[in-house]
Design a protein around this ligand. Structure first.
Ligand code: BGC
Length: 535
């Protein structure tokens, strides 16, 4: 949940905690069981809150710690758990520690909390390494006294030095601070990046594409073994706070090679790790089939549950991605186009089909706010309104992530389509009117009602037995059967396919009869004795 864009309770154009509180009923009726909320801590918001200046204070534009406590209580009253974002890789440059570090002399212990180093070359005028920032440009910025500090992201996000025991104990204390206030767990930002190998030579190819390149092996800062010891310390704290029926959990944002993901899921480490393979996959049946089979097998092998993600606040919304020709680099397409390649109607239709696949799978399916409304990427935001540091940091060569962060439309009319009483921090396109939650409510053909029905069926029939069996099917089809006997069929081709005989349709992404049209999915039940092969 991108709190800044969900609902604005005080009319300042920015979403906030009280706005979210006022929409808990909507979330309950949608059928979700937990909210992961993006960082809500005090922050100059140079990177949408992933630049934290105080981990124990709520950003005033979002509310107060008392509002946060009230939200946690209200969410629990609605039967919804609340997971917050922990940002341990870096602080804001406005954090008291970094301010102190910059005022201290070279060599002072206050500098050891970050990666602050002498440069290379004449007078140290070259950065210590050639590493580049994920947002573009060098990963090092020079301080006034000539030393350099490392920032894997924006220059306002200096990286913490996790070799320093003070950093470790500070984060353990932050964890306890929020657990004491009742949060149910943490989503850990850049979980694979905390440890750096400063002895690593310059990189051959230091280009990063917003976390897409993070799956490279043999790397100076992605997925080093040292991260696991840190995680084990946090897990011990979570266990201490867990009660039967009220377990505390953590989920890793770890963009690592598929075969390395299991390392994060060992019994004394993360409960879950986001699997971004579906998000990264083309609209292609063999690819999706093997991702699903692989992720389920891996989760079983480490005693964890699989996770599924189609979109989040960092990527082009899938209703738009699926409308682009196969092979399009959608990050670059935002700026470079050609924009007439987009078939928005096809993207919307595929997003409906994908929803039933996402929600038909075992484990945890993470929905990004607005996907349930079928929101597309607002790819044509004028560059003057862009807020994501990617735009500046990349020297205006990458448009960044604002297009998936445009505030939600709640009503068909009003200055910000019901987001708040006084405009919204990013402009919403006129098309948001028809996509507003109010407009879709009660309309059986809408995306919102599809999600509501799917989540209701999922909660009733799909969560008590987590098993899955992949069904042999035609090359353009992904089909699987869940433990309860419900089958999910997704036709990624353009031509219709036959469905199993005697199948009854529980739910479908488009009107269907005996055949499943192209770019359509359906949940089916079959008489118990029947075999699942199509005729
Ligand atoms: C978050 C991004 C953020 C980055 C740096 C990511 O993985 O999801 O939104 O910009 O970490 O904190």
């Amino acid at each position: 949940m991108y709190v800044r864009s969900f609902a604005d309770g005080n009319g300042d154009g920015t979403g906030d905690i009280n706005g979210l509180r006022s929409r808990l009923r909507y979330l309950k009726e949608l059928g979700i069981d937990a909210i992961w909320i993006n960082p809500w801590y005090k922050s100059p918001l140079h990177d949408g809150g992933y630049d934290v200046s105080d981990y124990r204070v709520i950003e005033p534009r979002y509310g107060t710690v008392a509002d946060a406590e009230a939200l946690i209580a209200d969410a629990h009253d609605h039967g919804i758990r609340l997971i917050i974002d922990l940002v341990p890789n870096h602080t804001s440059s406005e954090h008291a520690w970094f301010v102190e570090a910059t005022q201290a002399q070279p060599g002072d212990p206050a500098r050891q909390r970050y990666h602050i180093r002498k440069g290379r070359g004449v007078n140290g005028s070259e950065p210590p390494t050639n590493w580049t920032s994920v947002f573009g440009g060098p990963a090092w910025t020079r301080l006034d006294d000539g030393e350099w500090y490392l920032h894997l992201f924006d220059h306002t996000q200096p990286d913490l030095n996790w070799e320093n025991p003070e950093v470790r104990s500070e984060f353990e204390s932050v964890l306890r601070f929020w657990l004491d206030r009742g949060v149910d767990g943490f989503r850990v930002d850049v979980a694979h990046g905390l440890v750096k190998d400063m002895s690593f030579p310059d990189m051959d190819n230091s280009d990063q594409e917003i976390l897409a390149g993070a799956t490279q092996v043999d790397h100076p800062f992605w997925d080093l073994d040292g991260v696991h010891e840190i995680i084990r310390g946090w897990r011990t704290i979570l266990e201490e706070y867990s009660l039967p029926g009220a377990e505390r959990m953590m989920v890793a944002e770890a963009w690592v090679a598929a075969e390395r993901l299991g390392n994060y899921l060992r019994p004394d480490e993360y409960h879950q790790s986001f699997n971004f393979d579906l998000l990264s996959s083309e609209w292609d049946a063999p690819s999706m089939r093997s991702i699903i089979a692989g992720a389920c097998a891996q989760a079983t092998s480490v005693g964890s549950t699989p996770t599924w993600v189609l979109s989040n606040h960092d990527v082009v919304r899938h209703a738009t991605r699926y409308g682009l020709p196969s092979g399009t680099n959608w990050r670059r397409w935002l700026l470079e186009g050609p924009h007439d390649l987009l078939d928005a109607e096809l993207g919307h239709r595929r997003a409906r089909a994908a929803a039933l696949t996402l929600l038909g799978l075992p484990g945890s399916s993470y929905i990004y706010q607005g996907d349930e409304l079928g929101l597309p990427e607002v790819w044509d935001l004028p560059v003057e309104v862009l807020d994501d540091p990617v735009w500046e940091q990349s020297g205006h060569t990458r448009k960044g992530r604002d297009g998936c962060r445009v505030p939600l439309p709640w009503t068909p009319d009003g200055t910000s389509f019901g987001f708040g009483s006084n405009g919204s921090w990013l402009p919403q396109p006129p098309s948001f009117s028809a996509l507003s939650a109010q407009n879709q409510t009660g309309n059986d053909a809408s995306m919102l009602e599809l999600y509501r029905r799917a989540l209701s069926i999922r909660n009733e029939h799909l969560t008590m037995d987590e098993s899955i069996r992949i069904i042999d099917s035609e090359p353009t089809v992904v089909a699987f059967e869940r433990g309860s006997g419900v089958q999910c069929w997704l036709n990624l081709g353009d031509d219709p396919i036959r469905l199993p005989t005697n199948a009854s349709v529980l739910l479908a992404s488009e009107p269907i009869d005996k055949e499943l049209p192209g770019n359509t999915s359906a949940w089916l039940t079959l008489p118990k004795t029947h075999t699942s092969s199509p005729r």
